[in-house]
Design a protein around this ligand. Sequence first.
Ligand code: GTQ
Length: 373
Amino acid sequence: MAKSESITKEILDHYYEGMKRNHLGPLWFDLGHMVTKEPVHDVEPYLWKWSTIREYALKAGELVEPGKDAERRVVYLQNPSLLKRGLIGYGTHTLYAGIQLLLPGEYAPSHHHSQSAIRFIIEGDDKAYTAVNGEKIYMERGDVVLTPAWTWHEHKHEGTEPVFWLDGLDVGLVRTMAASFFEQYEKEFYPMEAPENYSSQQFSMGVFKKLNEAPAPDEPSPIFGYKYQRAHYLLDQMTEADYDPFDGYALEYINPKTNGSADARIGTMIQKLKSGQQTKAHRHVHSAIYHIIEGTGYTIIDGQKFEWETGDFFILPPWSHHEHVNTGSCDAILFSFNDKPVMEKLQLEFSESYEQNDGHQVIEKVFVPNQTV
Ligand code: GTQ
C-alpha cells in the first residue's frame, strides 16, 4: 500500500520498522483484528462426566482437609482450551465452576471476595449449610444458594453423608477487570446474626414489598437460598404457552426486589425438556456452564454433539449455536449459570436464531473427552 509510485518499498519498510521500535501501530492494517465482525474468543466447548468429577472429589476427601490443608476442598473444571493460554480456573473466559465436597463434621472457614458466587447442591440432605453474612442457609439437593460479591460466607456440615455442590464464580471476569480482592475473616466463623433460612422464609410464599420501600434497581437480593422443590413445582406448572423454542420450559432465578438476575453478575437458569423434546438452535454473546440435574440427552454446539447424563457438566462458549435434545424416557432438567447480566448491563448482549435447516444443526462430530498425558 502506497499513496504514490514515488513511495518505494524502502521508504515504507523504514517507516513501519521505525513505528514498531517506538511501539506504535498502523490501524489501517490492524482494525480488522480489533473490531471484529463477530465475537472472537478462545473458549472451546468441553464436557466432564459426573462419575469422574465425583471420584476425584471423593479422593480429595481422603487427601486434604478444609480449614487446614485447603481454604476450600474443591475440584474445579479446567477448560483445556483456556489452560493453553495460561488461564487457570477458567471454564469460560468469564466463569469458573468448582465441585466442593464437605464430609460430616467438616467446615470451610469464613471469608469474602469480590467475585460473586452461586452454588447448586448436587448431593445433600439439608444437613449442611452455607452462612451468608451470618445467616445459615441449609442446602438440599437441587437448591441454589447465593453468596453475592463481598458477602462473608462459610460452609459447615452437620449431617452424616458427604455433601457435594457446584460453586459458580465470575473468576475470569473479575480477573479481566483487575478487580479481585480476598480476605479471611478474623475468626473461623462469622457471628450468626439472623435466624436460620430467614431470608428465604420471608419470601417463600411470594414476593412482598413494604409500602414505604421504593424499588431500588441496584439493590442486592434479599434472598440467599432458592429451594429446588419450588423450582421443580413451577416448571411442572408451565404450559405449552410458556415453552421457549430455544430453551424449553425455562425459569431464571430472580432478585424479587428488582425482578432482575438473583445475583447481580452471574445469571442462573433451570430448564426442563420433556421426553423426546428438541429445542431449536440459537446463539448469544453470553457464555454459560451447564449441569445436568437429571436426565439423558445431548446438546449440539457448533455442529459437535455432547452426550450427557445426570450429573455431567459442559461448557457453552460465547456466540456458539446450540440446541438441546432429551433422548431419555423421563424429563431432563438442566441447571446453568452464565454471564448474561454483565453483558446486558454493558449493553453487549445480542442473540440470533439459527435459520438454516429448520433451526437444526447437522452433527459433524461427536465429542469424546480427551485425557492429556
Ligand atoms: O466456597 O467460598 O470453588 O471462595 C472457589 C472459591 C469456592 C467458596 C470455590 C471460593 C469458594
